[in-house]
Design a binder for this molecule. Structure first.
Ligand code: 2P0
Length: 331
């Protein structure tokens, strides 16, 4: 079994752990999966059971500012609020950063500011860990390329390996046990008319983290065996739809993929249900609009919020039907 330290040694081979830059700021975009990552073949290295495909949100993501400290403890602020050293997020972040430093490396003052609503479930791990590895790259002056940074980001959180780029990114699952071939690959296709509409149902902390939920689904759902087959079909269709700029197929397939993921979770023991009555009301509204010939679809991640997919030409219509929607232009 390979360790995170082994992978880091492979990537950093011979590179310095001496600080080269005392202070800096980097940025990584959030991403929304159109074909989801749900289940790991290796939990230590966050190696997925399947490939996945996402869209980066350009202007929406995490700004990560660091400054070297002459103190004994690291400091962390998230969206201008101090995060206590007992907090789960503080511990997860610094145990990741500690993989890249020795006991004599100075402590850090870190400030993470997110431009996506935290409640949207977009702000947390993906753009966060992608921005952390970019920050470490700047701090130590490694000058790693984005592919190497993607592998390092995956060690922090799986979906973070897709957040090194804007636009469409495929996370290729890879086949190696050490995961050196499991990383994001940016796709050349751009689609300026594409719009994402955020519908926020709740800002409450989720009842089960996606990390635990995907493990429980894989371990206990008899339907999980079907998931890799579904992903294989959906990924092929989504990539074809992107090349052909076939929005209906893109939307239909992305929506089906998200529903298949949630259906599989429902059959875990105990069941995992992220949707609330508000979520299902929005779904029904989307389905009614499609009956009325509006080309709008949704995707849903590990939470009750929906992300609408539509084209620029339907913006007015969407705003009329979903007054609370926040529209994002990914390109
Ligand atoms: C995705 N999600 O593809 C899927 C869809 C949530 C639903 O990737 O354990 O935070 O850190 O690898 O990346 C969320 O899972 O999990 C996620 P870890 P992560 O976007």
């Amino acid at each position: 079994m390979y360790s995170k330290e082994y992978v880091i040694d492979q990537i950093l081979s011979g590179k310095s752990k001496q600080i080269q830059l005392e202070k800096g700021t980097v940025y990584a975009p959030a991403n929304i999966a159109l074909c989801k990552y749900w289940g790991k073949r290796n939990r230590t290295l966050n190696l997925p059971m399947t490939s996945s495909l996402s869209i980066g949100l350009a202007q929406k993501g995490s700004h990560f500012a660091f400054e070297v400290l002459d103190e004994k403890l690291d400091r962390l602020m998230l969206n201008r609020t101090v995060v206590n050293d007992q907090d789960d997020f503080y511990q997860r972040l610094f145990s990741f950063i500690n993989l890249f430093r020795t006991s004599s490396t100075p402590r850090l003052d870190i400030n993470i500011n997110s431009t996506v609503p935290i409640a949207a479930g977009l702000a947390s791990s993906a753009s966060g860990f992608a921005s952390v590895v970019k920050g470490l790259n700047a701090l130590y002056g490694w000058q790693l390329n984005d592919s190497d940074l993607s592998i390092l980001a995956r060690l922090g959180s799986g979906s973070a390996c897709r957040s090194l780029w804007s636009g469409f990114v495929e996370w290729q699952m890879g086949a190696r046990d050490d995961g050196m071939d499991s990383l994001g690959l940016p796709l050349t296709c751009i689609w300026p008319q594409l719009r994402i509409g955020l519908l926020l149902a709740s800002s409450e902390k989720k009842s089960i983290s996606s990390r635990d939920a995907m493990a429980l689904t894989k371990e206990t759902s008899g339907f999980y065996a079907l998931w890799p087959q579904q992903v294989s079909i959906d990924l092929t269709q989504i990539k074809k739809a992107l090349v052909e700029k076939d929005f209906s197929t893109l939307g239909q397939t992305s929506e089906r993929n998200a529903l298949a993921m949630h259906a599989t979770m429902l059959t875990a023991t105990p069941s995992i249900l992220y949707s609330t009555p508000q979520t299902t009301a929005w779904m029904q509204h989307v389905w009614q609009l499609r009956k009325d010939n509006v080309d709008v679809y949704f995707t849903q991640d590990a939470g009750p919020n929906l992300k609408l997919l539509f084209l620029e030409k339907d913006t007015e219509n969407i705003l009329q039907h979903f007054a609370e929607v926040e529209i994002i232009q990914p390109f």
